[in-house]
Ligand binder design. Structure first.
Ligand code: AHG
Ligand code: MN
Ligand code: MN
Ligand code: MN
Length: 334
């Protein structure tokens, strides 16, 4: 059941029965993500005013210079999730290893693990362009009562029980799925409440936007080069429009609303591309499929890949169903 202008809090309670195991734990977990999102939104909004833009001075395990907002968002989500006795473990793009959460009272009794990209699009912070947060939730596979293990985090994306993103844009939105479609909520900043503004979001089957960092063109596989040329040809509804923000969340969000394809392929410089399977591709692929779109590595659905390490990278093709299928046909025929 969804009603326009329902608050996110109301929506979570009213739809709780859809969860396979409705103990209330997953509802509390999504509620705490909602809370952390509001805190991060507040910080991102005043980024130009106080000293939180720029580099933090550390390098993360991805080999990237951490920005101050990367660190702030990471700490905010971790502390919000840790202090509420909700999850048993967290893995983050910004942490070398996963974090084990003991919980209060009965040790290690919480069932869910969260994987996240706390601040997506870091390179856009200093220039006042939209950034986001991405999260992915699984039930642990090892029995509660003992500390989480790596195995609990390395599950195929198909096992996700919920996933979503927050976009800190012209408006701040929280978009998420629990496997029953995708719903988008917009924050009214004056009162700090998210309202259902985009019920049952759907990727159009076809669109006219392609999003890829063409600066790397010479390093792309032949299939991708040919697909880009196809997008630029004068025929039928082509050439398509090229749109690339450089914040995955914003690029996917736009394409889900307007129709389009996002590609971050492998290249001769980066054998598996750049995007992280666990923190970026799996949650976005779950949302895309739930919205009637598609996501693959060019050959195999992202959600069917079996992860082998926490910070693994994977080529990413995501968007309108017919556009992803077309790009895949170029991949397998070249
Ligand atoms: P993050 O800021 O979390 O490290 O992610 C950056 C990602 C993604 O948001 C974006 O789509 C992509 O990097 C852009 O990469 P290029 O600058 O190589 O195009
Ligand atoms: Mn990063
Ligand atoms: Mn990212
Ligand atoms: Mn990030």
């Amino acid at each position: 059941m969804s009603r326009k202008n329902q608050t996110l809090g109301e929506f979570i309670i009213e739809n709780q029965s859809e969860f396979q195991y409705s103990s209330g734990e997953l509802s509390r977990l999504i509620n705490s993500i909602r809370l952390a999102a509001k805190v991060v939104n507040h910080e991102v909004n005043k980024a130009g005013l106080v000293d939180i833009v720029g580099a933090a001075g550390e390098t993360n395990i991805q080999g990237e210079d951490q920005q101050k907002l990367d660190v702030m968002a990471n700490n905010t989500f971790i502390s919000t999730l840790t202090n509420r006795n909700i999850v048993c473990g967290i893995a983050s793009e910004e942490n070398d290893d996963f974090i084990t959460i003991e919980g209060q009272g009965e040790d290690h009794k919480n069932k869910y693990v969260v994987l996240m990209d706390p601040l997506d699009g870091s390179s856009n912070i200093d220039v006042n362009v939209s950034v986001g947060t991405i999260f992915s939730i699984y039930r642990r596979v090892t029995p509660p009562g003992s500390p989480v293990t790596l195995e609990d985090f390395l599950q195929p994306g198909r096992n996700q029980v919920a996933a979503g993103y927050i976009i800190y844009g012209t408006s701040t939105m929280l978009v998420y799925t629990t496997g029953h479609g995708v719903n988008g909520f917009t924050l009214n900043p004056a009162i700090g409440t998210f309202y259902l503004s985009h019920p049952n979001m759907q990727f159009p089957d076809m669109g006219n936007i392609y999003s890829v960092n063409e600066g790397n063109y010479n390093h792309f596989p032949n299939g991708v080069k040919k697909y880009i040329k196809y997008c630029q040809e004068e025929a039928e509804n082509r050439p398509y429009t090229s749109r690339y923000i450089g914040s995955l969340v914003s690029d996917i969000h736009r394409n889900m609303i307007k129709g389009g394809i996002y590609i971050y392929p492998k290249s001769s410089k980066a054998m598996n591309g750049k995007l992280r399977l666990l923190y970026e591709c799996n949650p976005m692929a779950f949302i895309a499929e739930q919205a009637g779109g598609k996501a693959s590595d060019g050959f195999t659905p992202i959600l069917d890949l079996k992860p082998t390490e926490l910070h693994e990278r994977v080529p990413f093709f995501c968007g309108s169903r017919l556009m992803v299928e077309k790009a895949e046909s170029f991949m397998s025929n070249s």
